[in-house]
Design a protein around this ligand. Structure first.
Ligand SMILES: CC(C)(COP(=O)(O)OP(=O)(O)OC[C@H]1O[C@@H](n2cnc3c(N)ncnc32)[C@H](O)[C@@H]1OP(=O)(O)O)[C@@H](O)C(=O)NCCC(=O)NCCS
Length: 228
């Protein structure tokens, strides 16, 4: 009960005040901190350093989970009739639309509005970048590391580390070769120990190949084990 009251107060503050304040890319700006703090009371899960930009609409937000260091672009619409799961380190351009609902329309004897609808979750895995003005439809999973080109309509799930674009969105290219993608899928970027990154910088500046990646990975895994 108390949780519901808190969520309703948060909804009021968000839609009447915070939604209209300007966007900024600084994760530490007061507006960003306030917006994510208030959204935390409404969302199913809210990560650290989340940047919800100006004008984002997400209904009640109670089916939305969002991971660490992710952002939602200005004036986006998240139509959450089902779960919307957004991972860590996800970037989205302005005017993204996500819809989890479809209307039924197969019965010729009924109006569309009388036929009900179907709801399916949308999942956006870690390290995805969605270009501006894209639409992600019900049931889609954007695999880890996917790039969605500006203005795309995504009707099908994507392979990890692919670049997709167009209407309907099709594969433009793979970002890396298959061996590298396999290795990258093994790395949980949310476990990176930021203090260790400085020591890894020379390797991070080398052209990425399997050997370098394995060396970086073993350092990262040892750092994540150190932390547990
Ligand atoms: C997809 C994108 C990242 C470019 O990636 P890239 O690897 O440099 O791709 P290229 O420019 O070499 O284009 C590769 C192919 O994709 C096509 N393509 C590029 N952008 C596209 C788009 N938005 N929709 C459809 N196709 C697109 C190109 O025409 C080209 O096609 P071709 O091989 O038939 O000639 C870029 O075009 C894009 O859409 N960026 C999003 C920008 C944005 O929304 N910014 C807002 C701030 S987050």
């Amino acid at each position: 009960m108390l949780k519901k009251v808190k969520a309703n107060i948060a909804l009021f503050i968000y839609y009447f005040i915070l939604k209209n304040l300007p966007s900024t890319n600084s994760p530490y700006a007061l507006i960003v901190v306030l917006r994510s703090w208030v959204c935390k009371s409404m969302f199913k899960k809210m990560g650290r350093h989340v940047n919800i930009q100006k004008g984002v609409y997400f209904g009640k937000g109670d089916k939305i989970s969002i991971g660490d260091y992710s952002g939602i672009g200005e004036n986006s619409i998240l139509g959450q009739t089902d779960e919307i799961q957004i991972g860590n380190n996800v970037l989205t351009g302005p005017q993204l639309m996500i819809f989890t609902q479809n209307h039924e329309f197969k019965d010729r004897t009924k109006l569309i509005r009388e036929q009900g609808g179907t709801n399916n979750p949308v999942t956006i895995e870690d390290d995805v970048w969605i270009g501006t003005d894209s639409i992600i439809l019900s049931g889609v999973t954007l695999g880890k590391g996917t790039i969605v080109a500006a203005g795309s309509i995504v009707t099908k799930s994507t392979l990890p580390y692919s670049v997709i674009g167009g209407n309907p969105a099709k594969l433009i290219k793979k970002r890396f070769d298959d061996d590298l993608i396999k290795l990258l899928l093994d790395i949980d970027f949310s476990k990176i120990d930021e203090k260790k990154i400085h020591g890894l910088l020379p390797k991070l500046h080398m052209p990425l190949d399997g050997k370098i990646l394995l060396e970086i990975k073993s350092e990262l895994l040892s750092s994540s084990q150190d932390r547990t």
